[in-house]
Design a protein around this ligand. Structure first.
Ligand code: 7TS
Length: 417
């Protein structure tokens, strides 16, 4: 496809069988992509191919099926490596999801390197999976957790970040893009700051890697975590990228098959990277299908994916200005903002809005979005969220806005407003 040209959304939509599904008598309008994306036929078919043609265990067979499965599994690792411009395939570790990737760092690198009196810096915009592991680590070690606040315009307070990152900081763990506010954070600046004091930078890329060009070497992060299911891939598989020199000296976490070099009854030694962190039979089928998802996105071009999402978000932000009773969370313009629009209604609970929209076949997320401290800091306990992806159209934004108007009318007629 020509670089720079807009995405051919209708052609993309034809690759996603689920998008023609009817929900409550309406064609599905799927706007819950920050929770999980839909899957194109190419990804679904790669799973079918694996199970129908070469299902076999990896790294242990001399037979044809095992050799084919091993090649496809490692090939997928190489695709992910190139997708985020990691320096080597060994720096890509397969995990179950972003949460497991973050916990891996907390239980290995941080367990070995964070001690009493040390500081861990994170942000007010984190998903629970990038807060709770650090709270637990701080309890275990007697370390302190510092939280960089959100500014009034929904961005990270970088002045506070500069104050918080000190000689005592061992790790900064920050999301690249907030799943609630959509804010894109300057993680490169955070990486530079923590490197100046000898600490490491962990980026939660769950919402950035699926939506924008991400280059881990340009960002100079030490770790990056993300999930395949948010980027057209299957559930049950995620990635931890780590700088090879850090992974090389990082202690293993889970012990068992595939991660060892040699075992006696008394002792064991560890396999090379990345297998040292992949104990047991891995999620072979889903790793291969992640490779298919990455192929799909790379073919579109991540700069074009980002441009499409910026356009649809700008359109939605503009349309939302005309809605009654709605308060937006996060930046009000697309600068530093991805395709996520969270909002609350003055008098209708977000769950009621979500249920009313579901009656129209519109899928949005409601609740605390696994970011309870963030949502509560806005003085609410629940928000509604529409999040867009490559197959969403401006017409679907119109359907959402009409749906919200309809819901508002319904609730006011019912005497609830
Ligand atoms: N980090 C961020 C920024 C996320 O948005 C999510 C999931 C995670 C971590 C955890 O990913 P997982 O694959 O391990 O579950 N976010 C959401 C969401 O916004 N709605 O449902 C899941």
């Amino acid at each position: 496809m020509a670089s720079g040209a807009p995405l051919d959304v209708q052609r993309i939509r034809a690759d996603f069988p689920i998008l023609s599904r009817q929900v409550n008598g309406h064609t599905l309008t799927y706007l819950d992509n920050a929770a999980t994306s839909q899957k194109p036929t190419q990804v679904i078919q790669s799973l079918v191919d694996y199970y129908e043609r070469y299902n076999s265990n990896v790294h242990r067979g001399v037979h044809t099926l095992s050799i084919e499965a091993t090649e496809a599994y490692e090939d997928a690792r190489g695709k992910v490596q190139r997708f985020i411009n990691a320096p080597s395939p060994e720096s890509i570790i397969w995990t179950r999801n972003t949460s497991e990737s973050l916990n891996l760092v907390a239980y290995t690198w941080a367990e070995a390197n964070v001690g009493a009196g040390d500081e861990i810096v994170t942000t007010a915009m984190e998903h629970h999976s990038d807060i709770v592991p650090w709270q637990q680590l701080a309890y275990r070690k007697g370390a302190t957790l510092k939280i960089i606040r959100e500014t009034e315009t929904g961005r990270l307070d970088m002045e506070q970040a500069a104050e918080f990152i000190t000689e005592r900081t061992k790790i900064v763990a920050a999301t690249h893009m907030s799943n609630v506010l959509g804010t894109v954070n300057d993680v490169k600046a955070l990486a530079d700051a923590v490197h100046r004091v000898g600490g490491v930078m962990l980026v939660d890329g769950a919402q950035s890697v699926p939506h924008m060009p991400v280059d881990v070497q340009a960002l100079d992060c030490d770790f990056m975590a993300f999930s395949a299911h948010k980027m057209l891939g299957p559930t049950g598989i995620g990635v931890l990228y780590g700088k090879p020199e850090i992974l090389e000296v990082m202690p293993p976490w889970m012990f068992g098959g595939d991660m060892i070099l040699e075992v006696t009854f008394e002792d064991a030694s560890w396999n090379d990277l990345p297998y040292r962190f992949e104990a047991g039979t891995p999620n072979i089928a889903d790793a291969i299908a992640t490779g298919a998802a990455v192929d799909y996105l790379a073919e579109l071009g991540m700069d074009r994916v980002w441009a499409h999402e910026q356009q649809i978000t700008a359109y939605a932000l503009d349309k939302f200005k005309d809605l009654n009773g709605i308060t937006l969370l996060g930046p009000r313009e697309v600068e530093d903002k991805g395709a996520v629009i969270s909002f609350s209604h003055d008098s209708v609970h977000s769950h009621d809005l979500g249920t009313a929209l579901d009656q129209l076949g519109i899928a949005i997320r409601t609740g605390h979005h696994c970011a309870m401290p963030l949502v509560r800091s806005h003085g609410i306990i629940s928000a509604a969220r529409a999040s867009f992806y490559i197959y969403n159209t401006e017409a679907e934004v119109d359907i959402l806005v009409d749906g919200l108007n309809e819901a508002e009318e319904y609730f006011s007629k019912a005497g609830i407003l």
